[in-house]
Design a binder for this molecule. Structure first.
Ligand code: ADP
Ligand code: MG
Length: 400
């Protein structure tokens, strides 16, 4: 993959060049306030480097899942302000992505200026499955720049206009964040030290079940928490009440359990669950046995016995990959499982990698620091797909 340095050589330096940078600035917001700026901070070094070389830096990013049209709830304006504070410069926010505003803002740029264009997903062409529709939007994006740097690791598994198609249209390079992320994840796929323990949780269950198939051949132990647990418990014939459940995945999960047994891989499931009658009924939370969940309750965290067992199962790990919170950590009453796993990771001597937007936000929200982990990946889906051995379109397109 071409580096930023080599791209600079090819262009005779970045001075005065308009460089489009795809960053992953998809951060959690609470009424327009950024509640975890981890991804913005991770994006700063590449942008700062290009500025220092005199480039006009035009940042492309998305926020949330707007419906292919402008929606002020998903505006990047608050992100532009935070990015500016972290870069210690003014970041101009263009109120559209490729329209008159974007073009005139870019036109007015001086060397080392930074512009953040509005949410690329306000345009249908960004995420369209139709190559033609993406091409039209990618052409408009490419007109705004002289070169493209792909630095949004969290989106490289997407064949989207600002990730994939733009790279085909401009001289391009992989940014430092993408290169670092890939180097760390390679250590998990090429000769990981054993015991290799993987912890999976979170709520994007169907997205994540796939990784289990490939992990069964690599990992020694798989700890399952979060919303994913209930598909496993249901597959074992247990009642899961009103918990998150992927009915159509129960056969797949049974298959995994059989495969794991045959391969000698330990699948560790919780033995107790924190339940409540409603999602936000923190005060009514109780702990029940995992094989005796009441039908009118929702499972919202792994229980205390399970948290201790998970911590113990991480004790001797030489390599750990963790994606997905163990419970609804945003609420105190359901954060204990996630806290116990995070704590256990900080105690192991091995390489610990935390991946996923919410997982990364969770460890920081619970008071841990980035330095207590080997690596906090900015990508959830992207890191899982990498571990599955899938090819990532946004990386493949940078190879040539
Ligand atoms: P990541 O972003 O780290 O990949 P996900 O997006 O898959 O993780 O999942 C994060 C979300 O999962 C959090 O918002 C958390 O509240 C939710 N979650 C965890 N456990 C449960 C559960 N038992 N039921 C419902 N949601 C859950
Ligand atoms: Mg998430």
């Amino acid at each position: 993959m071409q580096t930023v340095d080599r791209l600079a050589d090819g262009l005779d330096g970045f001075e005065g060049r308009r460089v489009l940078v795809r960053s992953d600035l998809n951060v959690p917001l609470d009424r327009s306030v950024v509640t975890d700026d981890g991804r913005i901070r991770a994006s700063v070094p590449t942008i700062a480097d290009l500025r220092s070389r005199g480039a006009k830096v035009i940042v492309l990013a998305h926020l949330g899942r707007p419906n292919g049209q402008p929606d002020s709830a998903y505006s990047l304006a608050p992100v532009a302000a935070r990015l500016g504070a972290l870069l210690d410069t003014r970041v101009t926010h263009a109120p559209d992505t490729v329209g008159d505003s974007a073009r005139s803002v870019v036109e007015a740029m001086k060397n080392s200026d930074v512009v953040l264009l509005e949410n690329v997903r306000f345009n249908r062409g960004e995420t369209s499955k139709d190559d033609e529709e993406r091409a039209v939007f990618a052409d408009q994006l490419a007109e705004l720049g002289d070169a493209f740097v792909s630095d949004g690791f969290g989106v490289v598994h997407r064949k989207q206009a600002s990730v994939y198609d733009v790279a085909q249209r401009l001289p391009h390079a992989a940014g430092g964040l993408v290169l670092t992320e890939i180097a760390v994840l390679r250590r998990l796929t090429e000769n990981p030290s054993h015991p290799y323990v993987v912890v999976l949780g979170g709520s994007k269950v169907s997205d994540k079940l796939g990784v289990i198939a490939s992990l069964l051949g690599r990992a020694d132990r798989l700890l399952i928490g979060g919303g994913m647990v209930f598909t496993f418990l249901a597959a074992l014939g247990h009642e899961v009440g009103k918990s998150l459940l992927e009915d159509d995945q129960m056969d797949t999960v049974r298959g995994y359990l059989d495969q794991a047994r045959a391969a000698g891989v330990g699948i560790v499931l919780p033995t107790d669950i924190v339940v409540a009658p409603e999602f936000d009924a923190e005060s009514s939370a109780t702990v029940v046995a995992a094989d005796a969940m009441p039908a009118d309750q929702i499972g919202l965290d792994i229980g205390p016995d399970s948290a201790a067992a998970f911590a113990a199962a991480l004790g001797d790990a030489a390599t750990v990959f963790w994606n997905g919170p163990m419970g609804v950590f945003e609420k105190d009453a359901f954060a204990n499982g996630t806290r116990a796993v995070a704590e256990a990771l900080t105690q192991t001597n091995g390489l610990t990698v935390v991946g996923g937007g919410d997982s990364a936000a969770a460890v920081r929200q619970l008071g841990f620091t980035d330095g207590q982990f080997g690596h906090i990946s900015t990508g959830g889906g992207a890191s899982l797909e990498f571990l599955e051995g899938k090819s990532l379109p946004g990386i493949d397109v940078l190879e040539d």
